[in-house]
Design a protein around this ligand. Structure first.
Ligand code: HEC
Ligand code: HEC
Length: 220
């Protein structure tokens, strides 16, 4: 990474930090407000449907920010926006604290559409390269800088965890950063990165980051 690029990323981290607001709430109250969420996100925030993101273990501040963004601006989803509008402002932080307290279980990782082992290995190898090193040709920043080597870091700064998240959800939300359906990333931190990526690279990095901790560790 060149000196300038490194500065760019460090600058973005500082800006992200500036914007993060710690959510303070009560997990018990939060849990009592999530009855309507279970059908899609699971009773403990681990969803069984690959298109519905798991929420378990995500930083409370990240969860709370997303609910506010669905309600106010920057993020729109036909299903979630309607649901978020029904959540009282006073309950948002409690819900975030509840989901952060839950343990994330492994995601559904279905790469059956890739026919051969060679295709699967090629996808994960490309994903690892982009995740760990970025792309010097396009200026894409390495993901680990903010999302962590094992997909778990900078949680204290409310950066979302990618490890064990369902790949179809990761792919769809990354494409939404690209097509500007999702614009709630402060300082365009994710849009600047995703803008440099092809659909193939997005898919590779989504599977690689979802497999972090579990499959890659097991394979060693
Ligand atoms: C009918 C299904 C459904 C229900 C019920 C539902 N959600 Fe969601 N939720 C979704 C979908 C689909 C997304 C992904 C939206 C997108 O791609 O922008 C989502 C996304 C989210 C996210 C963002 C996750 C991330 O990683 O960025 C949060 C937070 C969330 N939901 C909270 C809730 C809460 C709290 C409730 C209950 C009050 C709830 N949801 C009920 C379907 C649902
Ligand atoms: C400079 C820090 C930084 C870097 C580098 C970075 N991200 Fe992010 N990423 C963020 C932040 C902050 C958010 C939360 C944005 C928001 O508030 O919605 C985020 C959100 C995401 C999300 C949405 C998660 C969800 O649950 O909806 C995905 C997916 C993602 N990043 C993937 C990546 C990938 C893949 C890379 C590398 C190609 C990467 N990020 C590099 C900071 C970063």
């Amino acid at each position: 990474m060149s000196f300038n690029k490194k500065n760019w990323v460090i600058g973005l981290i500082c800006l992200t930090l500036n914007f993060s607001v710690t959510a303070q709430g009560d997990a018990k109250i939060g849990k009592s407000k999530t009855m309507a969420c279970m059908g899609c996100h699971g009773p403990t925030g681990n969803s069984f449907v690959p298109n519905f993101p798991s929420l378990a273990g995500q930083p409370a501040g990240y969860i709370a920010k997303q609910i506010r963004d669905f309600k106010e601006a920057g993020r729109y989803n036909a299903t979630m926006t309607g649901i978020a509008l029904g959540i009282a402002d006073a309950d948002i932080d409690h819900i975030g604290v509840f989901y952060e307290s839950q343990v994330k279980t492994p995601a559904i990782k279905n790469i059956a559409h890739l026919k051969t082992d060679e295709e699967k290995t090629a996808l994960l190898t490309l994903g690892k390269k982009l995740y760990d090193h970025g792309n010097a040709d396009t200026g894409q920043a390495a993901c680990f800088v903010c999302h962590g080597k094992t997909g778990n870091a900078l949680v204290s700064l409310d950066v979302p965890i990618l490890a064990n998240q369902h790949p179809p959800y990761l792919i769809s939300t990354m494409k939404e950063f690209k097509n500007r359906k999702r614009t709630n990333d402060n300082e365009r931190v994710m849009r600047r990165i995703i803008d440099t990526m092809t659909d193939e690279q997005i898919e590779a990095v989504a599977y690689y980051s979802s497999y972090l901790v579990s499959t890659l560790e097991e394979k060693k």
